[in-house]
Design a protein around this ligand. Structure first.
Ligand code: THU
Length: 132
C-alpha cells in the first residue's frame, strides 16, 4: 500500500465532506483516516432529531474498524464551512471525537485543514477517560 501524505489525506477528507448530510447546521465536515488497510473516510450525517447527528471523524473511524483496520496512524479533518475569523477553535474535532480517537487511534497524527502544525491525540485530549 502506498503511504498517503498529509495533503492527500486532506484531499480525501475534502472530497468526502462534499457528501455531508448537514441540512440543519449547513456545516460540512470530512475526515479521512490512514490505516494498515488503506484510507477510510467519513462525513457528518445529521438527523432531524439533532442529538443523533454523527460527526465525520467517528464515521471515518467506525468505517475503518468495520473494515478490520486496527492501526490508525493519521487522521485528517476538514470543515468546509468554517468561519475563517474563528481560527482553530472553529475547526478542531469535538470532545466526543477526541475520546474516540483516544480509544481507537491513540498514536495518530491529527491533521486539521488550514493548520500548518500536526497535532497528537494526547495533546487534543489530555487526561482522557480510559477503563483500566
Ligand atoms: N461536526 C463534526 O462532524 N465533527 C466535529 O468534530 C465537530 C462537529 C459536525 C456535527 C454537526 O453535523 C456539525 O458539524 C455542526 O456541529
Amino acid at each position: 500500500m502506498s503511504s498517503p501524505n498529509a495533503e492527500s489525506l486532506l484531499t480525501a477528507a475534502r472530497a468526502t465532506a462534499l457528501h455531508a448530510h448537514a441540512p440543519y447546521s449547513r456545516f460540512r465536515v470530512g475526515a479521512a483516516v490512514l490505516t494498515e488497510r488503506g484510507v477510510f473516510t467519513g462525513c457528518n450525517v445529521e438527523n432531524a432529531s439533532y442529538g443523533l447527528c454523527l460527526c465525520a471523524e467517528r464515521v471515518a473511524l467506525g468505517s475503518a474498524i468495520a473494515a478490520g483496520a486496527r492501526r490508525i496512524s493519521a487522521i485528517a479533518v476538514t470543515c468546509l464551512d468554517a468561519r475563517a475569523d474563528l481560527g482553530l477553535p472553529g475547526r478542531t474535532p469535538c470532545g466526543a471525537c477526541r475520546q474516540w480517537m483516544l480509544e481507537l487511534a491513540p498514536e495518530a497524527e491529527v491533521w486539521i485543514d488550514g493548520e500548518p502544525r500536526v497535532f497528537r491525540v494526547a495533546e487534543l485530549l489530555p487526561h482522557g477517560f480510559q477503563l483500566a
